[in-house]
Structure formats: structure tokens, C-alpha cells
Design a protein around this ligand. Structure first.
Ligand code: SF4
Ligand code: SF4
Length: 203
């Protein structure tokens, strides 16, 4: 059975910049906090970020992912010159924890996918691995959990919604924000409105 790791656990976690985690992608999910943080980081409007760098996932609506380009479906944010992530400071949760895979984010529990080919036996603590990354995990954990809860509510019902309802939910999820206002407040406000729509309150 896979070993379950918590923040205090140690594991063989070292990055050799082999770039493997940024190839064959097209599955890196973008949540509302990522939309806001990445747009701000790139200094572009939200609509430009969404149109240029993301796409919808067929069968997993309303989720969106970062575009994978070329034959290798390489993440559009992978820098071809130095193999570094161009949005490292604001990258999505999947990339923050990689090669760890969350089994229970609420309790900070993970398994190691062992997807990195590492020669050295050096052990690193899980806490250092995920929180050394510009504090993204700590900063976005709560909002990420709210996102997961919301997706669990929306996705089983998605195909029963009218096109109008689906489009309105997508607007609220990803577009109706102001980059100059408090991100958390806006996301929680939109989540509340989405729940009103899902449960037919004033829609
Ligand atoms: S696959 Fe692992 S070692 Fe390679 S770049 Fe990604 S995190 Fe680093
Ligand atoms: S966002 Fe960054 S770390 Fe994540 S797959 Fe793209 S280039 Fe790699």
C-alpha cells in the first residue's frame, strides 16, 4: 500500500529541472484564485489570460486547464530555454505539490507519485517541499478546498443546466472579477451566487 505522507514526513523530493512534469500536460487545472493571481502576475486582463492560455476540458465542465502545446502537449508556461516555469510564483496547486498527489488536502495528506527520476538519496520534508514554493500552498489551501467542494456540487448536475445557466456559472467562476479588489472576498461572493443559481434561488 502507498505510504501516506503528512507535512512532517520526509521523502526523496528533489527537482533536477528535467522538465518532465511540464510535458504531456493539458491537465493542469485552473481555479478562480489562479485566474486572478496569474493574470495579475502576467499584467494582462483576465479575459486575455483565459483566451490565450487556457481551454475547457470536455466532459469535466466547467473546469478549465492550462493549454498544452505541440506534439508533446508541453505546458504553455514552460520556458524552453531554461526549463523553468514562467509562472512559478503563482502556479496552480497541482504543480505546487508535484510529484506529490493530495489524498486529503484538509489534513495535508499526500502520496508520492515518484514521477521524478531522482538519483540522490537526499530526503526533504513534505512541508519544505510544498511550502518552500512561494507559500502558494498555505496561501491558497482554504480557497482551493472551497473550489473542490463547489466542483463536487456542480459537476454531477452540469448537464441538466440550461445553456444560460452554464454560461452564467462560467462567467462567475472565471471572469467576473476585478484585479484591484480583494481576491478572496470576490471569489466567496461569486461562489455564493453560483450556489443560488444551482439551487434555483432567484434565477
Ligand atoms: S519531473 Fe520532478 S525533477 Fe523533473 S522538473 Fe518536474 S519536479 Fe523537477
Ligand atoms: S504551470 Fe509551470 S510547473 Fe505547472 S506544468 Fe506549467 S510550466 Fe510546469
Amino acid at each position: 500500500m502507498e505510504e501516506i505522507l503528512n507535512l512532517k514526513s520526509k521523502a526523496k523530493l528533489n527537482c533536477t529541472l528535467c522538465e518532465k512534469c511540464c510535458e504531456y500536460r493539458g491537465d493542469i487545472k485552473i481555479t478562480p484564485i489562479n485566474v486572478l493571481e496569474i493574470s495579475k502576475f502576467l499584467k494582462i486582463p483576465i479575459n486575455e489570460f483565459l483566451n490565450k492560455y487556457t481551454e475547457e476540458v470536455k466532459g469535466e465542465e466547467p473546469e478549465i486547464v492550462i493549454k498544452g502545446i505541440g506534439e508533446k502537449k508541453e505546458c504553455i508556461f514552460n520556458n524552453r530555454e531554461n526549463y523553468k516555469c514562467q509562472i512559478n510564483r503563482v502556479k496552480p496547486m497541482q504543480c505546487v505539490v508535484f510529484p506529490l498527489v493530495p489524498v486529503d488536502i484538509k489534513r495535508d495528506l499526500f502520496i508520492n507519485s515518484k514521477a521524478c527520476k531522482i538519483e540522490s538519496d537526499k530526503q526533504t520534508s513534505v512541508d519544505k517541499w510544498i511550502n518552500g514554493n512561494h507559500n502558494i500552498y498555505k496561501r491558497n489551501k482554504n480557497i482551493y478546498l472551497k473550489w473542490i467542494e463547489l466542483m463536487e456540487e456542480i459537476q454531477p448536475k452540469w448537464n441538466s443546466f440550461s445553456k444560460d445557466k452554464q454560461n452564467r456559472i462560467k462567467e462567475l467562476l472565471f471572469r467576473e472579477y476585478n484585479l484591484k479588489q480583494n481576491y478572496e472576498k470576490q471569489i466567496f461572493r461569486n461562489i455564493k451566487e453560483i450556489r443560488n443559481i444551482i439551487y434555483n434561488i432567484n434565477f
